[in-house]
Design a protein around this ligand. Structure first.
Ligand code: PLP
Length: 421
């Protein structure tokens, strides 16, 4: 058979790839495949295969030929189209080429990677900063490297997948505590044997529900038990705290946090990850951290855009204030319309709407898209406690009028789908 004659559903091909003996390793996905086929058979659009045909600005794109307001990106500070950021990327592409083709520890550290680390040190006021290729890898790296098999990692049950995966990659003993529950953290730390190191891992903002951690109390408890502390500020960087460092800055616990993990894929507006720290031995991680060593470094254009964006975020107080206005306005508007929101108040730039099941969630999601607003749909296993959610993420570049339009679209889609009265 020629390549051209092949189709993905060609039965002859299926026979060719099916194992002649033993179980088909894909059979474990049968229930998921069936669930998805059943859902799509009801005529709804697939919420997990949206294509942005054109992106007009941080808050607008063309989806299926229709101009759509973006309310489901992590572009909290709207930096993706900042002229200085775009120009820095363009210049680096011209000067340094399209990629480094190497690891940070070999040929993959360019001047731009160092400058990006300098920008992070300045932004966070720390002695050390290490740039990874993604935030996912930064978490993989920290969790799997610093805690060995005699040590304990104590983490919130709702931790991000990259934190769990980092634990799975390493050898430490894992202890989970109930989400945002200070007493449970205290109790579990109190039960640990005296020997062995302890790392408590927290997140400033939990991205599924948009709730924030009680960091002041948690850090005090972790310190009482002699643990080191890592805080993932993926969803807090840019707009929490006086300097936009994150929830840990706002909570006033900067001096007690040993590591801050972050990403460039949200407020910074590009891709990449990092860890900052004041620990005097921090730099040794560059030699022993596998997700740093055994992967190619970020392209020069990406680190140039990240460094420029980070430096601009240091002076973005007006943007921060507008983002908070947007978030509070949307939260109140949605609550007044009768939607069930995960947090009583706007705690971050994420407003999560709880819906009863997958079908209602997809219908509402599609209704919103047809109206002209894109939000994220989230379902288990990404969500806690089997929840179905529509996640709205606000941007500092959303105008107040856009928030009004969004609320009108939620009202129309909510009534049309029966999700609100
Ligand atoms: C809390 C948290 N940590 C880490 C990451 C990973 O970031 P990245 O997109 O840079 O891999 C994410 C991404 O969604 C996140 O939500």
């Amino acid at each position: 058979m020629t390549e051209a004659a092949r189709t993905p559903h060609d039965p002859a091909e299926e026979t060719a790839i099916a194992p002649s003996h033993g179980r088909d390793l894909f059979s474990k996905f049968d229930a998921l495949i069936q669930e998805r086929e059943d859902l799509l058979a009801t005529g709804v659009r697939d919420p997990f295969s949206v294509v942005m045909e054109k992106v007009l600005s941080p808050t607008q794109a063309i989806i299926k030929g229709k101009e759509t307001i973006l309310l489901g990106t992590y572009n909290y500070m709207g930096m993706t189209f900042d002229p200085d950021v775009v120009e820095a990327g363009r210049q680096a592409l011209t000067d340094f080429g399209s990629g480094t083709t190497g690891s940070r520890v070999l040929n993959g550290t360019y001047q731009g990677h160092r400058e990006c680390e300098e920008a992070l040190k300045e932004f966070y006021g720390t002695k050390y900063a290490m740039v990874f290729s993604t935030g996912y890898q930064a978490n993989l790296g920290l969790m799997s490297t610093i805690a060995g098999k005699e040590d304990y990692i104590i983490l919130d049950a709702d931790s991000h997948a990259s934190i769990y995966d980092g634990c799975a990659l390493g050898n430490a003993q894992i202890v989970r505590f109930r989400h945002n529950n200070v007493e449970d953290l205290d109790k579990r730390l109190g039960r640990l044997p005296a020997e062995g190191g302890r790392l408590v891992v927290l997140e400033g903002v939990y991205s599924m529900l948009g709730d924030i951690a009680p960091l002041k109390e948690m850090v005090a408890v972790a310190k009482k038990h002699g643990a080191m502390i890592a805080v993932d500020e993926a969803h807090g960087m840019g707009f929490f705290g006086e300097n936009g460092r994150g929830v840990f800055e706002e909570a006033g616990v900067e001096a007690d946090v040993d590591f801050v993990i972050g990403t460039f894929s949200k407020s910074v507006g590009t891709v990449g990850g990092f860890i900052v720290s004041n620990h005097p031995k921090f730099e040794v991680l560059r030699l022993v951290c596998r997700p740093y060593v055994f992967t190619a470094s970020l392209p020069p254009s990406v680190v140039a855009t990240a460094a420029t964006s980070i430096r601009k975020l240091m002076h973005a107080a007006d943007k921060r204030a507008h983002l908070w206005e947007n978030s509070r306005k949307l939260h109140k508007g949605l609550r007044d319309l009768g939607f069930n929101i995960a947090t009583a108040e706007a705690e971050s730039a994420i407003i999560a709407i709880l819906l009863p099941d997958q079908e209602a969630t997809v219908r509402m999601w599609q209704g919103l898209l047809e109206q002209g607003v894109y939000v994220n749909m989230a379902r288990p296993p990404a969500t806690p406690a089997g929840m179905y959610l529509l996640r709205c993420s606000l941007c500092a570049e959303h105008s107040s009028e856009q928030v009004d339009q969004i609320l009108a679209m939620f009202a129309a889609a909510g009534r049309a789908t029966g999700c609100i009265a």
